[in-house]
Design a protein around this ligand. Structure first.
Ligand SMILES: [Zn+2]
Length: 418
């Protein structure tokens, strides 16, 4: 790296052989190193530039950000207590502190939310929300009790009260609805109770036709190739609250992704990158990739300038490896990622798969932007439930993913590897 007219100039790896040969030479005195240093100038400069890129990954910061975003202050970063709004402000503040240009992009969408009452008793037994049951996110309000009629072995209804009890043999998984039904449905763990015969229920649902959300964009100016953009994205919203007392913290989904993205921003703010960089925190992902769709339809930068985009969602594990969506679309880049992993031994597996509309990279891919979506694989299967809390995440793997992303991004910016 050299400074020329205030711009950084980077060197490639062509002098690597010289470095290897020099290492094998007899130890010279201090003065005798000078000609070697001069001969290997490019290697040294490249090495010095790369060192912080791969060595200063900041796991403590990732952990702190994930823990913070998962606390009750942010009410599960959803639709109650201004949780999503507070999270957006917090992320913007972090970006500003790092010295980035920050822009908020507001948008609205309809949502059905549950701010207050949430009670269900079956056969006279009061059940615990989030643990024993979930409410179908599209449910309407109800304050009702009565007998239940079995439709089949899993579905029990009271048609007059428009209440349904659905027994769930598999794990309870909540979501967000953008419309409200004309009935109330509960999803009940089928090991919780015997055959449902009677119910007592209270649900306060509110349909909001124009919930206000926002995307948060942090921009970091590059030092050399500023017509190229490298983009990291992560959604910061989650499911929020199911009633006043049941929070879905969303530590893995996706406080972890935001935290990792912010740690990369922190790194590049201290070690200016060659390309311009964007860090995009999206709202409305859990309601149907709404924030990223809005961004692609109303981009704050030219999408044509994006050399690569990496979306991080569910990255708090990794002891069983990682999966890369769009691997089949960008084979050379994926092979390079696998090669880096082989060299460093970060993950037991780097799996590739094809296109999928399963996170915020999707709309960018559809618009022709080269993009990967990376998620981690682990033993804990908490997903869209009350068990997705910060204490369950695996930090050594978060550290490995930081290193992998820094190495991948630096290869891309050095234009050296695929
Ligand atoms: Zn997610």
């Amino acid at each position: 790296m050299q400074t020329e007219n205030g711009k950084l100039v980077y060197y490639g790896f062509e002098a690597a052989t010289v470095w290897r040969e020099t290492r094998l030479a007899a130890k010279p005195g201090a003065a005798a190193w000078l000609p070697y240093f001069c001969a290997m100038r490019k290697t040294w400069l490249c090495f010095i530039w790369l060192l912080p890129q791969v060595c200063l990954a900041d796991t403590a910061y990732v952990r702190k950000m994930t823990d913070t975003l998962s606390t009750p202050v942010f009410s599960g970063r959803g639709y109650v207590g201004n949780g999503m709004g507070l999270a957006a402000q917090f992320i913007a503040q972090q970006m500003q502190t790092l010295g980035m240009d920050v822009q908020m992009q507001p948008f609205t969408y309809p949502v059905n939310r549950f701010a207050n009452g949430m009670e269900l008793s079956i056969n006279g037994r009061l059940l615990t929300p989030g643990v024993h049951y979930l409410v179908n996110p599209g449910s309407q309000s109800c304050r009702a009790s009565g007998a239940l009629t079995g439709i089949d072995s899993l579905l029990y209804v009271n048609k007059k009260q428009a209440v349904a009890i659905r027994m769930m043999p598999s794990k309870l998984t909540w979501s967000v609805a953008t419309a409200q039904n004309n009935f109330t449905e509960f999803w009940v763990k089928d090991t919780t109770i015997g055959k449902p015969e009677r119910f007592d229920a209270l649900v306060d649902a509110e349909y909001v036709p124009d919930f206000s959300a926002q995307n948060v964009q942090g921009f970091l100016r590059g030092t050399a190739q500023t017509d190229s953009l490298l983009v990291f994205t992560a959604h910061y919203d989650h499911l929020g609250m199911m009633g006043a007392n049941t929070m879905f913290a969303g530590a893995n989904d996706n406080a972890s992704g935001v935290a990792l993205m912010l740690s990369l921003a922190k790194h590049y703010a201290a070690n200016p990158p060659r390309f311009n960089m964007l860090f995009l925190a999206f709202g409305g992902e859990e309601a149907g990739l709404i924030g990223s769709k809005y961004y692609v339809e109303h981009p704050l930068v030219s999408l044509k300038k994006i050399r690569f985009l990496i979306n991080l969602d569910l990255v708090g594990n990794g002891e069983e490896g990682i999966t890369v969506v769009n691997a089949t679309e960008h084979k050379a880049a994926f092979l390079h990622l696998q090669k880096l992993n082989q060299q460093h031994g970060w993950f037991t597996a780097v799996n590739g798969r094809g296109k999928a509309a399963n996170s915020d990279h999707y709309w960018f891919s559809q618009s022709g932007v080269p993009a990967f979506f990376i998620y981690t694989l682990g033993a804990r299967k908490s997903y869209h439930d009350v068990d997705d809390v910060a204490a369950t995440l695996r930090w050594p793997e978060a550290h490995d993913l930081q290193q992998m992303l820094l190495a991948f991004a630096n290869s891309l910016m050095l234009d050296c590897c695929w």
